[in-house]
Design a protein. Structure first.
Lengths: 357, 357
DNA sequence: ATTCGCAGCTACAACGTTTTCGTGTTGATA
DNA sequence: TATCAACACGAAAACGTTGTAGCTGCGAAT
């Protein structure tokens, strides 16, 4: 009789150890141990408990476990925007490795805003996650205020930075060798016969933008080509550039007005695509009159017309590496602290149809 | 003396109520109440506690709160893939509303796989989240196995489905009126002078694909145009179509071999873009010889050449609505159950350059 | 002189686990 | 018969919170 009423009650909500214990007339500890196959418990009781647990689909409550173990098996990922091919491939990579290791991923968006980044960090740093993977907001880079990051690290919560990293903060990092990669791209343009090569980059506070223009400069120097500062266009987009498309287009347009180039390296897909668009408006044939290489291999590059030669950053791999670095650190039980690592993932030039041969 | 050593210890880890209590020589309850400004506590003590808490940056532990309150203030979002413009805009919308309401978002990827969807659901249903927002995997739709969904609902965890929904499951839903929308698109093609209109859709088990072809058929009927089954191409992509590009291209190519059309409606961006590509190969001018309308306004459409006329699904709004529906249900304290709602978000045709006038 | 009221605080239980340390019952050994 | 190990189980603490109930001392009212 009692049983019947009881069933109905537990059908709805997940049963807890306590419920099972009461129903089977054993103690909570016994149930717990039986389920974990402890040798302290008799075979018979074990079977009984397991059968019951299976029948009512018992699953230990994650929150209770987190509280007890002081670890949540959850990673916090904070990125500037999510409607963005590169970042989503990175998330894919993170998820992949995290799931493999039994971790969940909780995503926070900073929208390139310093304030939102701080809020997100604080919101999650109160026990919700074991560690962070982050690519910092442009605004954070430009105001150079990193207290939220150093504070979380001081609290014992490890951080892994990827792509946009901060030299001043000591933590694990995953990057591509931006300078070297862009140098390689420029070299390719030179080898393909370009004489006047331009670059469209971001303002220098964006670490990757800075490095990529450095690579550009270095490549020219190596090839004994004089540096013409006019050929370097530094776009200032503090926020999501997709919203400022006209602004971007204007800047690139006037750049093309003032310079004649036969090779162009763009620091991201969007810049490259937009450049192609205005080049077309100005009657330039690609790749005959103008060769273009982009950075980041996203949907745009692949499906552009003509398909864009670009640099693949291997976002998925970056994500995997980031998750690996973080989880390794989290699960490292040695009491000596591991030194911080920076892993560099390789880049490739994906040759499509905006470059010759 | 004791103090000094103590500081060092708590500098690192977040202080707990217990630590503060011990240091201030009061009880844990007093600290808790002081921080929540309870009138049970004397003004003096309150000030003391608050000052200390502020100094050492005390923040209540989220996990402990979750355990106590039986709610995590976290939403579980499960989507087929994340490297996908539509889904990311939806996530943006979800995040936006969720953050507004003090919720976090934890993302699970099914990769269009039934198994992974089930695993994700189960992994999070053990107390980690308060409710789900989900767009079901193609495989789930094709095998028609929904037990994992009904079981979670039975356990008292609410689910909101968006875009790809399941009629048989009773829960809140957020959709666009696919049939009506596609009918509208077809009508536009007809009005623009198209005589032979084709559609590239998915196999019928994908709810949205089915509905969109229904709209196509209805539009033809309304305009007294005979239905030619050959003009309906149903792509069978169980998985991420980006990986099967050649396969997709082949199918569309042979479709173009066997049919001559002057209007085309594609059920998503990728199909539309790919169709444009093969059309170009076959020497068709767009929009002069062939007008095209896509579905889902993503980066591809905007930056395609020529820019694609497409249907905007307003993913951000769908995400917001989903989060709203879910949180409203979670926070609805009336004991009478709210009836399930289905909100339909409106669509727009964004006219660009693949259609005339 | 006793009781009442009240301010200001503490104790304790509870949320769901796991784990350490008992404790009582067996059967065997000395 | 007394001792002891093995076995099968239970009690309790702990993780960090919050809320209810209880306790203490003191001034005022009876």
């Amino acid at each position: 009789m009692r049983g019947k009423i009881f069933w109905i009650k537990i059908m709805k909500q997940k049963p807890t150890l306590k419920v099972i214990a009461k129903e089977l007339d054993v103690s909570v500890s016994t149930v717990s141990k039986a389920l974990r196959d402890s040798k302290e418990i008799g075979e018979e009781t074990k079977q009984k408990v397991k059968a019951f647990a299976k029948l009512y689909n018992y699953k230990p409550n994650n929150i209770a476990l987190s509280l007890k173990n002081k670890k949540t098996k959850t990673l916090g990922v904070i990125i500037p925007e999510i409607v963005h091919h590169f970042f989503t491939t990175v998330i894919s990579g993170i998820e992949h490795h995290a799931n493999d290791k039994g971790y969940n991923v909780i995503v926070g968006l900073s929208n390139e805003s310093f304030r939102k980044e701080v809020i997100n960090l604080e919101m999650l740093a109160n026990g919700s996650i074991d560690g962070f993977i982050i690519s910092v907001a442009k605004e954070t880079l430009s105001v150079k205020d990193y207290h939220h990051l150093s504070e979380t690290i001081d609290q014992g919560i490890p951080i892994v930075m990827f792509d946009r990293v901060i030299d001043e903060i000591e933590c694990d990092k995953v990057i591509v060798d931006d300078a070297k990669t862009s140098k390689k791209a420029i070299q390719k343009l030179i080898d393909s016969g370009c004489k006047q090569i331009g670059i469209i980059s971001t303002k220098d506070y964006v670490s990757v933008g800075k490095l990529r223009t450095q690579g550009y400069i270095k490549a020219l120097k190596t090839n004994k080509i004089d540096l013409n500062e006019d050929l370097i266009l530094k776009i200032d987009d503090k926020f999501n550039s997709d919203d400022n498309l006209e602004f971007l287009e204007e800047q690139i347009y006037s750049y093309f007005e003032n310079n004649t180039i036969d090779g162009l390296f763009a620091v991201n897909e969007l810049y490259a695509i937009t450049a192609m668009k205005v080049a077309r408006q100005k009657g330039l044939k690609i790749p005959e009159d103008l060769q273009i290489i982009g950075f980041t291999d996203g949907v745009l590059s692949k499906h552009a017309f003509p398909p864009l030669t670009t640099i693949s950053q291997h976002g998925f791999e970056m994500g995997m590496e980031s998750a690996k670095l973080l989880i390794d650190r989290l699960e490292n039980t040695n009491d000596e602290e591991e030194p911080f690592k920076t892993t560099v993932v390789k880049t490739d030039i994906i040759e499509r149809e905006t470059t010759k041969l």
